[in-house]
Design a protein around this ligand. Structure first.
Ligand code: OAD
Length: 232
């Protein structure tokens, strides 16, 4: 790992599983009892606004009951100590990376602890339940919604992510099924740009084939071990 300076780390639901948060594609194919398309699309928000708000209210409340685990903490330590460029890109909408202390972090799919005005586009930190038609203090319209990037919407900060991928010497993917684009394609961008690529997951993902190296096991073991290697 001596020649590595610039690192991009992509995380998915698997990194938070051992903190007690459900992954999106569990054995029953449901996310906390719901089909993803019933709670994670603009159509669902328009059709059943109360259900979608209630669903994310429950997910936001659940965050108070869980803590970052050893994998989040190891990445925060790497962020604090790594002298080169580093970017953690998470698909997760929980706040466990930042609660562990990570700073160089992008929430590409939005976050539960933020509310977005559908009228003016302003986002603001949000800790409490978010009833439908809550008024935006920026534009005065009753248009606040969960700040979650729904299917069919553009993930956040794609330009910054793309630049980091093109400069990366190492790309690591942790606990993601590789089922959702554009994140599932990051490995190919990084590899094309010359980065070494490592996947950390409980089992081979849909995109395992694209990685030079796959390490299988729980994130709380594999991530601290990789961070130790990098900081050695
Ligand atoms: P998934 O639920 O699709 O995949 C979770 C992955 O984590 C699987 O490959 C599991 O094998 C792995 N995994 C589970 N427990 C693990 C552990 N303890 N250690 C390591 N790996 C483990 O979740 P994502 O890939 O994150 O979008 O899903 C991608 C997107 O789909 C999400 O961001 C979400 C969803 O629709 C939005 O919310 C917009």
């Amino acid at each position: 790992m001596d020649d590595i300076r610039n690192i991009v780390i992509l995380t998915g639901a698997g990194i938070s599983a051992e903190s007690g948060l459900a992954t999106f594609r569990g054995p029953d194919g449901l996310w906390e009892g719901h089909r993803v398309e019933d709670v994670c699309t603009p159509e669902a928000l328009a059709r059943d606004t109360a259900l979608v708000h209630r669903f994310y209210d429950e997910r936001r409340a659940r965050l108070r009951e869980v803590e970052p685990n050893a994998a989040h903490e190891a990445l925060a330590a790497l962020d604090a100590q790594w002298p080169g460029e580093l970017l953690i890109v998470t698909q997760n909408v929980d706040d466990l990376h930042e609660r562990a202390g990570a700073r160089r972090l992008i929430h590409m799919h939005g976050g539960l602890c933020s509310a977005l005005c559908a009228a003016c586009g302003k986002a603001k930190p949000w800790a409490d339940p978010l009833p439908p038609a809550t008024v935006c203090d920026g534009c005065g319209r009753a248009a606040l919604r969960p700040d979650i990037v729904f299917f069919g919407e553009m993930p956040y900060e794609m330009d910054r992510i793309d630049e980091a991928l093109r400069r990366a010497d190492l790309f690591v993917s942790v606990g993601t099924s590789g089922a959702v684009y554009p994140a599932a394609g990051f490995v190919q961008t990084a590899r094309y740009a010359g980065a070494r690529t490592i996947e950390l997951n409980l089992e081979p993902s849909a995109g395992s084939f694209y990685f030079e190296e796959s390490r299988m096991g729980p994130a709380t073991e594999l991530v601290p071990a990789l961070v130790r290697e990098l900081l050695a």
